[in-house]
Write a protein that binds this ligand. Structure first.
Ligand code: NAP
Length: 438
């Protein structure tokens, strides 16, 4: 028998479990460990609540969790409750699938003012992440700025722009829905330090902005290179640029109350305000021959009482695990960190790609593990039984997949009409449903 621990129950963790279960069959015992009592990581806490079709991938993960030999072990924080070194003693191999939940910093003055939040915090707030349930972002101002030109910036802008009616069918948490309904937001400025051709937004997500009930996108045609320049772009990206060009060609004068203004070639310099964010000062940029943004010296002020920086994420370091500071993920060679220690997903390669990109990652690492542990070899590790003893010694109450099913039912039972669930947003509430305390 081979015993595997996967740390993190988001997409990367589940695809790795699926791959290990396939590679080792009945010879595998796989524990998927998560710091939260509930599974799915990014699917639950990151994917936008109005993108339920993307969240449906969790059904596939359910099948993995219910596979013979696979366990979900929730409510166990690896790095504090249990150390990676301890897991290595207990299991034949340990795979870190801890994602990239930390916001990258803008690194500009004023970033710590109240009213400046990272996208992980803002997304966590509307998605019911326990760390951000009490974020209470200031929504009483008319102007919001979102820094970044990726899909997360689009998610944040879209959520700010939608009406309560447009959230029907979503699982946005009640506190966020109530706050957004009362919000005074009228202008959402999406700041890109480079131009339209350099966006990291995908067509489907960009296209949604053209169909919002109460908001219209505003794009300046003068920001684009000549149309012929689009021909050299990869087809998917060309589609995104075509959508932006359509937005730019739409005559102004929309009667919709909210505007989503794409401000390209605008590099944030600092954020200022009287004890809280009021204005973000940006510098007009142009592209150098290598496509990098270079300041022109021209600066201007963009009003914003809420500034959301959506400029990428990093993986939190873990005690005793080599870390690549520059790229913000674990130091690894094709997923291998050290003997019997691996990483997958964003913890391996940084926060890029779609949910599906994690699948080949997981399968590749599972293949490496299988190659290192041929049939017949075996170290006789204690695996899950050893972990359970350690947790019992430390009085840590883990949660099982059945426990999650109990929580899931309770979340479904308290859902608003038309919503699939109303999530519990405080860590204690999950345990209360199970009749336990942490
Ligand atoms: P991203 O795609 O890497 O975009 C980050 C953006 O931040 C880029 O536009 C980047 O501009 C900008 N940026 C970085 N540092 C900056 C700075 N100091 N000042 C100003 N701008 C800065 O990251 P993301 O949006 O966080 O998305 C992460 C991954 O999740 C992506 O692969 C994304 O596609 C995926 N995702 C997908 C969906 C979906 O499919 N619906 C939804 C959300 C996220 P430069 O290009 O100039 O560096």
């Amino acid at each position: 028998m081979r015993h595997f621990a996967i740390v993190g129950s988001g997409p990367a963790g589940f695809y790795t479990a699926e791959a290990l279960a396939k590679a080792f069959g009945e010879r595998a015992r796989i524990d998927i460990i998560d710091r939260y009592p509930v599974p799915y990581g990014l699917i639950r806490f990151g994917v936008a609540p109005d993108h339920q079709s993307l969240k449906a991938v969790s059904k596939r993960y359910d099948k993995v969790a219910e596979t013979e030999g696979v366990r979900f072990v929730g409510n166990v924080a690896v790095g504090s409750d249990v150390l990676v070194d301890e897991l290595i003693q207990l299991y034949d191999a340990v795979v870190l699938a801890t994602g990239a939940p930390n916001d990258r910093k803008l690194g500009i003055p004023g970033e710590d003012l109240p009213g400046v939040v990272g996208s992980a915090a803002f997304v966590g707030w509307y998605n019911g992440h326990p760390d951000f349930a009490d974020l209470d972002p200031p929504l009483d101002g008319t102007h919001v700025a979102v820094v970044g030109n990726g899909n997360v910036a689009l998610d944040c802008a879209r959520i700010l722009a939608k009406t309560a009616h447009e959230f029907e069918g979503s699982d946005i948490v009640g506190h966020a829905l109530a706050a957004l309904e009362k919000a005074a937001t009228r202008t959402i400025t999406i700041l890109g330090r480079r131009g339209p051709h350099q966006i990291a937004m995908t067509p489907k997500e960009l296209g949604e902005l053209g169909h919002l009930e109460a908001a219209s996108p505003v794009v300046d045609a003068a920001d684009f290179p000549p149309l012929e320049a689009d021909e050299s772009l990869e087809p998917g990206h060309r589609k995104s640029i075509a959508i932006l060009r359509e937005f730019a060609a739409t005559p102004p004068g929309s009667t919709k109350p909210k505007r989503m203004v794409f401000d390209f070639f605008a590099k944030p310099l600092w954020i200022e305000g009287d004890g809280k964010a009021e204005t973000i000062i940006v510098e007009r940029t142009e592209l150098d021959p290598d496509g990098r943004a270079v300041g022109t010296g021209e600066t201007y002020a963009v009003p914003a009482s809420l500034v959301i920086s959506a400029i990428g994420y990093s993986t939190p370091p873990m005690p005793g695990v080599p870390y690549d500071e520059r790229h913000g993920h674990f130091l690894n060679d094709h997923g291998q960190i050290a003997d019997r220690l691996y990483c997958v997903g964003w913890a391996r390669r940084g926060p890029t790609g779609t949910i599906g990109t994690n699948r080949p990652d997981g399968y590749e690492v599972a293949e490496q593990i299988a190659a290192a542990m041929p049939v017949g070899s075996g170290a006789g590790k204690p695996g899950g039984a050893g972990l359970d003893s350690l947790l019992a010694e430390r009085v840590i109450q883990s949660t099982s997949f059945d426990d999650w099913r109990t929580i899931e039912k309770a979340e479904e039972a308290q859902a608003r009409p038309s919503s699939p669930r109303e999530k519990f947003v405080h860590a204690d509430d999950w345990m209360k449903v199970l009749g336990r305390t942490r």
